[in-house]
Design a protein around this ligand. Structure first.
Ligand SMILES: C[S@@+](CC[C@H](N)C(=O)[O-])C[C@H]1O[C@@H](n2cnc3c(N)ncnc32)[C@H](O)[C@@H]1O
Length: 98
C-alpha cells in the first residue's frame, strides 16, 4: 500500500486488490474510489464551516470525502433523484459517521 502523491489521505492499493468485504470498508473507516473520483473533493478542498452542495450524490463517496475534509464542521446538501439510490446515499453517510 502506498500513499498517493497528489491526493492527501488517499491510499493506493495494488491492482486486483478486493477490499469490499474488509472491516475497514464495511465499518466506514475507508472508502473505495478511483483516483479521478478522489480528485474532485481534493480539488475543491472545502474548509471546515463551508456549505457545500453535492448535486448528484449517490452512492455518496464524494459526499463523505467532502465531509471528511470539512472535519465535521459546516454542512453538505447531498441531492439524489433516484429513491433507491438515495437510500444507499443515506447508508454511506451513516457508515462514515459524517
Ligand atoms: C455517477 S452517480 C454520482 C456518484 C457520486 N457523486 C459519488 O461520488 O459517489 C450520479 C447520480 O446522480 C443522480 N442524478 C442524476 N440526475 C440528478 C438530478 N437532476 N438531481 C439529483 N441527482 C441526480 C443519479 O441518480 C446518480 O445516482
Amino acid at each position: 500500500v502506498d500513499k498517493d502523491d497528489m491526493v492527501p489521505d488517499m491510499l493506493v492499493l495494488p491492482p486486483g486488490t478486493d477490499m469490499h468485504k474488509h472491516p475497514l470498508v464495511t465499518d466506514g473507516k475507508v472508502f473505495l474510489q478511483g483516483k479521478a473520483s478522489c480528485m474532485v473533493a481534493a480539488a475543491l478542498s472545502p474548509k471546515p464551516g463551508w456549505k457545500v452542495i453535492d448535486a448528484c450524490a449517490a452512492p455518496g463517496n464524494k459526499t463523505v470525502h467532502l465531509a471528511a475534509l470539512m472535519n465535521g464542521e459546516g454542512s453538505i446538501i447531498a441531492c439524489e433523484l433516484n429513491k433507491e439510490r438515495a437510500k444507499t446515499l443515506q447508508h454511506t453517510v451513516r457508515r462514515s459517521g459524517a
